[in-house]
Design a protein around this ligand. Structure first.
Ligand SMILES: Nc1ncnc2c1ncn2[C@@H]1O[C@H](COP(=O)(O)OP(=O)(O)OP(=O)(O)O)[C@@H](O)[C@H]1O
Length: 328
């Protein structure tokens, strides 16, 4: 059995003043094993990024804060650790890459200096040792002419190259868990595919657990083992990717799947799901998805659904599934 690296239990994150706060993440639980890629998918505002940031202790406080739950890294709870303890975890045991590498990289330093900085801080390497290791890392993420690249500044590199540098920095200390938040959204389609292949390959080589956050189920289909579908701060469906794609059981997942454009189709605009994601300040009663759900019935306005087991490890929270029993 693969080692469980990370376990998030009943996570709650609120924004605003205590007492009148809006709950952005409401009772989210999941785990990530060594050697697996977990996808978190959902529309903008559903709580994907803030869930990821909370794992690194980076919820902007104020206005946000973790109001409940546990985040266990190999059993050790990270919630409530002080900054110095969290700094020892960040970049060393858990790393994160973001959508826009240009904002994450410092424009005033060469990429070699930036990779080296991580190695000096966390691994205590000398400047010369860090340079040697940075060269290895740059090669590892598939960048040619590594000597020359290390001496360049971020603006001298293409978007795809910058994202490869961010991956090199994230992997510098051999983290157990890598969180990638929309790592390919800012890139064009060909480069997107290359970066996803690279992430998958590095994840296998290093046996990391990866959390891949995306709004794009097409990306999920390419690289993810298990997927969590979030809506308005809650998990509405989760399971192995093949199970969820073969048998999407929550109406929201079905609509997301229908909105993936076929590869051979030229589309000017992506199909979208009708209606708006509800504001956290005015969440609907009952099932949060019911105002947009094509199969909503009276009960959906009254009761919040609880997750129902569809198959091994495959669960969906929809009232239409109540009473469903899968054949074990
Ligand atoms: N700094 C903040 N101040 C106030 N509310 C916030 C802040 N950051 C996030 N939120 C609230 O948390 C909710 C979830 O935000 P989050 O960024 O996690 O969504 P997301 O699913 O990652 O969306 P996106 O794909 O656009 O990044 C938002 O809808 C917003 O209401």
């Amino acid at each position: 059995m693969a080692e469980e690296l990370l376990r998030v239990e009943n996570l709650r994150i609120g924004f605003g003043r205590p007492g009148s706060e809006h709950i952005a993440v409401d009772g989210v639980s999941f785990s990530v094993d060594a050697g697996e890629v977990l996808g978190i998918v959902g529309e903008s505002g559903c709580g994907k990024s803030i869930t990821a940031l909370s794992i690194l202790g980076l919820v902007p406080d104020p206005p946000g804060r973790i109001t409940g739950g546990r985040i266990r890294l190999r059993g050790r709870d990270l919630v409530g650790l002080d900054e110095s303890a969290l700094n020892a975890v960040r970049g060393k045991e858990i790393s994160m890459i973001f959508q826009e590498p240009m904002t994450a990289l410092n424009p005033l330093f060469t990429v070699g200096e930036q990779i080296g900085e991580t190695l000096r801080v966390h691994e205590g390497l000398s400047k010369a040792q860090a340079r040697v290791r940075a060269l290895e890392l740059v090669r590892k993420v598939g960048i040619g002419n590594p000597e020359q690249r290390l001496d360049q500044y971020p603006h001298e590199l293409s978007g795809g190259m910058r994202q490869r540098i961010m991956i090199a920095i994230a992997l510098a200390c051999g983290p157990k868990v890598l969180i990638a938040d929309e790592p390919t959204t800012a890139l064009d389609v060909t480069i997107q595919a290359q970066i996803l292949v690279l992430l998958r390959q590095l994840q296998r080589e290093m046996g990391m657990g990866v959390i891949l956050i995306t709004h794009d189920l097409g990306v999920v289909a390419q690289v993810v083992d298990r997927v969590i579908v979030m809506y308005a701060g809650q998990i509405v469906e989760e399971g192995a990717v093949h199970a969820v794609f073969e048998r999407p059981s929550h109406p929201y997942t079905r609509l997301l799947l229908e909105s993936i454009p076929a590869l051979d189709e030229e589309q000017e605009r992506l199909p979208t799901i009708a209606g708006m994601v509800p504001a956290l300040s005015s969440l609907p009663q009952g099932c949060r998805f019911h105002p947009r759900c094509p199969s909503a019935r009276a009960a959906c306005r009254e009761r919040a659904p609880t997750p129902v087991e569809i198959g091994p490890g495959h669960r969906a929270a929809c009232i239409a599934l109540n009473g469903y029993r899968h054949e074990a």
